[in-house]
Structures are given as structure tokens and as C-alpha cells.
Design a protein around this ligand. Structure first.
Ligand SMILES: CCCCC/C=C\C/C=C\C/C=C\CCCCC(=O)SCCNC(=O)CCNC(=O)[C@H](O)C(C)(C)COP(=O)(O)OP(=O)(O)OC[C@H]1O[C@@H](n2cnc3c(N)ncnc32)[C@H](O)[C@@H]1OP(=O)(O)O
Ligand SMILES: Cc1cc2nc3c(=O)[nH]c(=O)nc-3n(C[C@H](O)[C@H](O)[C@H](O)COP(=O)(O)OP(=O)(O)OC[C@H]3O[C@@H](n4cnc5c(N)ncnc54)[C@H](O)[C@@H]3O)c2cc1C
Length: 613
């Protein structure tokens, strides 16, 4: 039975000047990926919410036959799925639940999806994500398990450790978390106090949180869900502090789920959002783990306690860099969801008149409403497309790193740090704009937008607080500026510092040329980076130390990192829209959207652009 679509919405859709399928296929990576994305959740959702009749099964089976090559496994597993095992009483909204009930509801759904992902043998990370996102729309109690816990094993573990631990994680024989942040330190990792002291007699590490501030605090799933942690601690061996290392630490008994001896663990309490994630605390009272539990891909502790340092002590940070890419990508999709809700609402909401007596109009007809929403549609596209461009850079750099070539690590760290800050701040602002564009109904939890905000705005804090991440990127940009000042060769990504010139051909009465837009953003970034460098050097000239001069210039350094990210985003958007092979009508529209995004950015940062002429 087809759902009836609101006539205003149907009318708005009928006026499209392009075929949405072209765009959807592009965004999801092609018709095949799109079909899988649509099919899997819809199929299993049906399994959840209705009694699966034999007729249903036959229809589905017949329907699947047309894709038998892809879905044979899925089809066959449907047969054994007919059992009532997955009959649920349907989904209950968590909006009216207590935090405890909401956690349990999310846990029920997450366990269900974990089982189905295994039964359907979904190997593709994206497909797993689509699947889970439909059933556990809020914070998933297994979020850390899916991402950072497994990534840490894969990137920090030896081959033997990966062979031993990854199957346990993949089959949920263990449920993991990534425990790094402490009550006293989240940003300043060199300040972490948890220790892992090597006992050469018993070839074990003794893990200890010696002070209240050293208690692990914030890790997701620590409160109730996880029974193992990848835990970061200061390694001490032969009396020497060897810096932060990662360890596989059992937390709870695998059968009883009770905390193990020496472990005090629990939930940190209510939060602004992420209510269905049990962020917790952990205290370790001289807990012993075998030497083999240190993740030793890059650094090692030999039986006699000798520490073998990594080739680059930043490699221990790779799981954070990897997860920053996830955040960069998901920020655009989060905004895309919010602006879809707000735009649809604006097509069906009739309020006030434009022409007196002319009757109430769709609020989408107000230019102010269009400005609120179309700029956010453009921003969502920009972030999604820039994230793809950044990921391509990441993949090529990461494949070099896996062969031992670490030359791109600084660029990668700078790119992930600045883009994570830029995208999450833009996402937070954009989602809130979409909420307000829906008036009172945007304030209802039923709109879905408030939870998107309260859950996802935490991404401005976790995985590297945004200001700190901008300053990290600024370290790299400032070094490049110093090299540019000396006429030295720069990494490809920052060569514009030496070449950018302001030779804009567009004049105000012409339709702006896209190349001029890229040139303007490039020149703005080069100018702001150069100004930050000049302020730093002015601080040094005033007799300040390097660190005092850095602090003196830090506000400009943050601006430099954001201007760099903005340029990277505008360039990626325009270049990808031009080169994507769309039909004329779609390409015209997308380039119009790219111009809207870029010109809106110039208005929002008009100070920078006026200053650079
Ligand atoms: C809206 C979208 C949401 C999407 C969500 C997606 C999915 C949902 C699922 C899960 C979400 C749920 C929960 C979220 C989980 C969150 C998990 C966490 O938060 S884990 C904890 C994260 N913590 C941090 O990120 C800590 C940040 N701090 C640091 O990284 C460091 O302390 C530092 C700020 C970088 C400072 O480091 P340090 O003091 O050691 O050194 P510096 O002197 O600053 O730098 C030295 C040198 O090292 C380089 N460097 C630093 N880090 C890295 C790195 N990662 N990679 C490479 N290089 C690095 C740095 O550049 C310096 O180099 P140089 O300039 O040459 O000297
Ligand atoms: C929802 C959520 C989930 C999380 N999940 C996990 C997890 O699973 N595992 C985990 O280990 N951690 C987790 N965290 C912790 C998170 O990683 C930290 O909160 C984050 O790293 C920020 O550290 P902090 O809280 O100590 O803030 P602080 O660093 O204390 O930041 C406070 C202020 O100080 C400023 N500041 C700090 N250092 C500098 C500097 N050098 N220069 C200028 N300004 C500075 C910041 O900009 C900020 O304005 C989570 C946090 C949240 C909110």
C-alpha cells in the first residue's frame, strides 16, 4: 500500500530541474551500493515489525531472485530467519524513557543488529553502519567496539595479536572500549597518569591509577557494556617512563560480567546527549596483565624489560587519526539528515502570507527560509564531498605508512585535525539552524533534530577538542609557512602558500567564475596563515619564548587552520562537481550550489575576504 505524500511536498518534488537519482547514486557511491543501502535495512526492518508470513517470504525470495548473484547468501539466511527468534514487539521510542530504560532499549536493538550482521555475513563496514543506524539511531552502546577498539587492535597489534583478538571482537566474544581519557586529562596526553609498570620477575605489567585524577573517565561502554579495554597508560620499565602505550586489559568476567579483581568501574552519569551510551569511569588497583597484552606492533617490551621504541612515537596515535576521519565524514551526513527534515517540513508547513489576502504560503517560499536551508544543503554536500577528497589523501598516505614510509604522517595529522574541527563546528551550527527553521515543531524530540544536535555536538569535543585540533594543524601550517619564507620545497597540499596570487578576473556585475572562487579561498588561507606566522615571529621578536609566542599567536593560528580547511572544502566541492560526469542539468545545479556555499562563506567571513581585497 503506497504511502500518500503531502501534495505540497509532491508539488515541490515535481518541480525539480534534475533527476535526484543521479545525485543519490553519486553520494552513495553508485547504484549497486545504493541498492544495498536501501535494501538491507528495509528488509530486516520488515522482519522486525511484521509477522513474516510464508507468502512474504516467497515474495521476498522471488524479489531477490533478480539479484540472486548478490543476495543468495541473504536469501538462504532468510529461510532460517523465519523462526520467531527475531519477532520483536516493534521499536519503542526512547524519547519518554529513563536513561536506564533508553540504554536497555538501545542495547536490545544493538545486540539484535550485531546478530543479524553476523548471520547475514555483512563484511562491508558501510553496510554494517547503514544497518545499525536504522535500528539504533542514537548513540550505540557498541560504538567504541565497532570503531576505535577494533581499529586499535588492527593498527597497534602485531599479526599474532590481531589473529588472537580480532576474531573475539568480530564475534562479540568480547565487547571492547578505548580507554585513554582520564578525569584529570583528556587533551594533554603527556599528562596521563595511569601507569603500566613492568615486573620482569613475572613478565607482567602492573596497571595502576594512582590518583583520583588518573581514573579513566569518559570512555564509551565503560559504564556497563565493555568487558575488555584497549587502555592507554604510561609504560614504566627498568625505572624509565617510556611514554604512552596501549594495552589489552580485561575489565569484567566474560561469564558473570562482574568487574575483575582490582577493577572499579561504573557509569559517569547523565550527559547533555548520547544518553544511550554508557560512558564510564575506571580505577585500577595494581591489576596484573601478561607482557603479551601490550600492543606491540610499533613498540615492544622484551622479556627482560628492555623497551624497544617505535620508529615514530606518534604511531600510537593512529587510532585517533583514523577515527577523526570517521567523524569528518559523518559530520556532513548528520547535517544532511537535519536539513532534509527541515526542508521537507518547510515544504508542508503553511504559515503567514506573502501577498496580503493571498493565503498562507509554504514557508519554503520565504527568502529567509531558503537562505537558512539552502546554505545548509550546500554545506552538507560540501562536507560530504570534502570528506571523500580527504579520505583519498588519507588512503594513499596510509598505504605508504603501512610500508614504513611515514613522510605524510604530519600532513595527515594536520588535515584530519583541522577538518575534524571545521566539519564538526559547521555541522553543529548547521543542525541548530535547521532546528530553529522548524519553529516550535523543531523543538519537539519527535522532529529528530534535537537529538541529532545533543548527540553529535559532542564530536566538537571528543576525538580531540576542536580548538586543540586546530592548533595541532597550525603547527604543520606554520612550519610550511616558515619553509615558504625560506623558499624551500613544500608538501603538495600547502604549495599554494608560495603560489597563491590574487588575480581575480570576475567583476561584481558578472556571474562569478568558479576558478576565481577557489583562488579567493586559497589566497585568504595563505594570507591568514602568513599573518599567524608573522604574529608568532612578532612574539619572538618581543623576547617571548617559543611556547609563549605560540600562545600569543594562538587565536590567529586557530583561524589559520580553519581557513585552510575552508579552502580545502571549497576546492574539493567545485573540482568534484565539475569532474563527476553529471548530465548538464545536474551539473549546473550543483555548481550553483557550490557557488552558494562559497559566496555564503565569503559573507560569513567577510572580514577575512575584505582584508585580502
Ligand atoms: C558528527 C559526526 C559524529 C560521527 C560519530 C561517528 C560514529 C559514532 C561512534 C562513536 C562516537 C562515540 C564516542 C566518541 C569516541 C571518542 C573517543 C575519544 O575521544 S578517544 C580520546 C581522544 N583524545 C584525543 O584526541 C586527545 C587529543 N590530544 C592529543 O592528541 C595530544 O595530546 C596532542 C594535543 C596532539 C598533543 O600531543 P603531544 O603533547 O604529545 O605533542 P605535541 O607537542 O603537541 O606534538 C608533538 C608532535 O607530534 C605530532 N602529533 C601529535 N599527534 C599526532 C597524531 N595523531 N598523528 C601524527 N602526529 C601527531 C605533532 O604534530 C607534533 O609534531 P611536530 O609539530 O612535528 O613536533
Ligand atoms: C560524548 C563523549 C564521548 C567520549 N568518549 C571517549 C572514549 O570513548 N574514550 C576516551 O578516551 N575519551 C572519550 N571522551 C573524552 C574526550 O576525548 C575528551 O573529552 C576530549 O579529548 C577533551 O579533553 P577534556 O575533556 O580534558 O577537555 P580539555 O582539554 O580540558 O578542554 C577544556 C578547554 O581547554 C582548552 N584547551 C585544552 N588544551 C589546550 C591547549 N593546549 N591550547 C588551547 N586550549 C586548550 C580546550 O580548547 C577547551 O576549551 C569522550 C568525550 C565525550 C564528550
Amino acid at each position: 500500500m503506497g504511502k500518500s505524500v503531502n501534495p505540497d511536498l509532491a508539488k515541490a518534488r515535481s518541480q525539480a530541474t534534475f533527476d535526484p537519482a543521479n545525485l543519490t547514486n553519486y553520494l552513495y557511491g553508485g547504484p549497486e551500493k545504493l541498492r544495498r543501502k536501501r535494501y538491507l535495512p528495509a528488509f530486516v526492518f520488515k522482519e522486525l515489525c511484521t509477522e513474516m508470513s510464508l507468502t512474504d517470504l516467497c515474495l521476498i525470495f522471488l524479489g531477490l531472485l533478480t539479484h540472486v548473484s548478490d543476495y543468495l547468501g541473504l536469501t538462504l539466511s532468510i529461510e532460517n530467519m523465519a523462526a520467531k527468534e527475531y519477532k520483536e514487539e516493534g521499536f519503542k521510542s526512547t524519547d519518554d524513557m529513563s536513561r536506564e530504560e533508553a540504554y536497555e532499549e538501545s542495547m536490545r536493538r544493538a545486540v539484535y543488529t550485531n546478530k543479524r550482521v553476523l548471520q547475514l555475513n555483512l563484511q562491508d563496514q558501510e553496510e554494517q553502519y547503514y544497518f545499525r543506524e536504522i535500528f539504533v539511531p542514537g548513540a550505540n552502546p557498541f560504538a567504541l567496539h565497532y570503531v576505535m577498539f577494533k581499529d586499535a587492535i588492527n593498527t597497534q597489534g602485531t599479526e599474532d595479536q590481531i589473529q588472537k583478538w580480532l576474531p573475539l571482537a568480530e564475534t562479540y566474544a568480547v565487547t571492547g572500549t578505548y580507554a585513554q581519557t582520564e578525569l584529570g586529562h583528556g587533551t594533554f596526553l603527556r599528562g596521563l597518569e595511569t601507569t603500566a609498570e613492568y615486573d620482569v620477575q613475572r613478565e607482567e605489567f602492573i596497571l595502576n591509577t594512582p590518583t583520583i585524577t588518573s581514573s579513566k573517565f569518559w570512555p564509551g561502554a565503560l559504564g556497563k557494556t565493555a568487558n575488555v579495554a584497549i587502555l592507554n597508560a604510561k609504560l614504566i620499565t627498568k625505572g624509565r617512563n617510556c611514554g604512552m602505550q596501549s594495552f589489552w586489559v580485561p575489565l569484567r568476567h566474560l561469564e558473570t560480567h562482574q568487574p575483575l579483581p582490582g577493577i572499579t568501574v561504573g557509569d559517569i552519569g547523565p550527559k547533555f546527549g548520547y544518553h544511550t551510551s554508557d560512558n564510564g569511569f575506571l580505577q585500577l588497583n595494581r591489576v596484573r596483565i601478561p607482557r603479551e597484552n601490550m600492543l606491540m606492533r610499533y613498540s615492544k617490551v622484551l622479556q627482560d624489560g628492555t623497551f624497544v621504541p617505535p620508529e615514530n612515537d606518534r604511531l600510537v596515535y593512529v587510532p585517533m587519526t583514523q577515527f577523526r576521519f570517521v567523524v569528518i565524514g559523518r559530520s556532513g551526513w548528520t547535517l544532511a539528515k537535519a536539513v532534509t527534515v527541515a526542508t521537507r517540513y518547510s515544504a508542508v508547513r503553511r504559515q503567514s502570507e506573502i501577498t496580503p489576502g493571498g493565503g498562507e504560503v509554504q514557508i519554503l517560499d520565504f527568502q529567509t527560509q531558503q537562505h537558512k536551508l539552502f546554505t545548509q544543503i550546500a554545506s552538507a554536500y560540501a562536507m560530504i564531498i570534502a570528506a571523500k577528497a580527504a579520505k583519498d589523501l588519507y588512503d594513499s598516505a596510509f598505504s605508504k605508512m603501512e610500508k614504513g614510509n611515514l613522510e605524510d604522517l604530519p600532513m595527515l595529522h594536520a588535515l584530519t585535525s583541522s577538518m575534524k574541527a571545521f566539519n564538526t563546528w559547521e555541522m553543529a551550527t548547521g543542525v541548530e539552524q535547521c532546528r530553529m527553521a522548524c519553529g516550535g515543531h523543531g523543538y519537539l524530540l519527535a522532529s529528530g533534530i534535537p537529538q541529532m544536535y545533543t548527540d553529535m555536538v559532542s564530536a566538537c569535543t571528543y576525538e580531540g577538542e576542536n580548538t586543540v585540533m586546530c592548533l595541532q594543524a597550525a603547527r604543520f601550517l606554520n612550519k610550511c609557512q616558515e619553509a615558504a619564507n625560506k623558499g624551500e620545497r613544500l608538501p603538495q597540499l600547502t604549495r599554494f602558500l608560495q603560489t597563491s596570487r590574487l588575480n581575480i578576473s570576475s567583476s561584481l556585475d558578472q556571474d562569478v567564475d568558479l576558478n576565481d572562487i577557489i583562488a579567493a579561498y586559497e589566497f585568504r588561507a595563505a594570507t591568514v596563515i602568513s599573518e599567524a606566522n608573522a604574529r608568532l615571529n612578532a612574539g619572538l621578536a618581543m623576547g617571548k619564548s617559543q611556547s609563549e609566542a605560540w600562545n600569543y599567536a594562538s587565536q590567529l593560528l586557530v583561524k589559520a587552520a580553519l581557513a585552510f580547511s575552508h579552502w580545502f572544502t571549497v576546492r574539493a566541492l567545485i573540482e568534484n562537481m565539475r569532474g563527476a560526469g553529471f548530465d548538464n542539468s545536474t551539473e549546473t545545479l550543483l555548481l550553483q550550489l557550490a557557488k552558494l556555499y562559497a559566496l555564503d562563506g565569503m559573507l560569513r567571513y567577510s572580514g577575512d575576504f575584505r582584508k585580502v581585497g
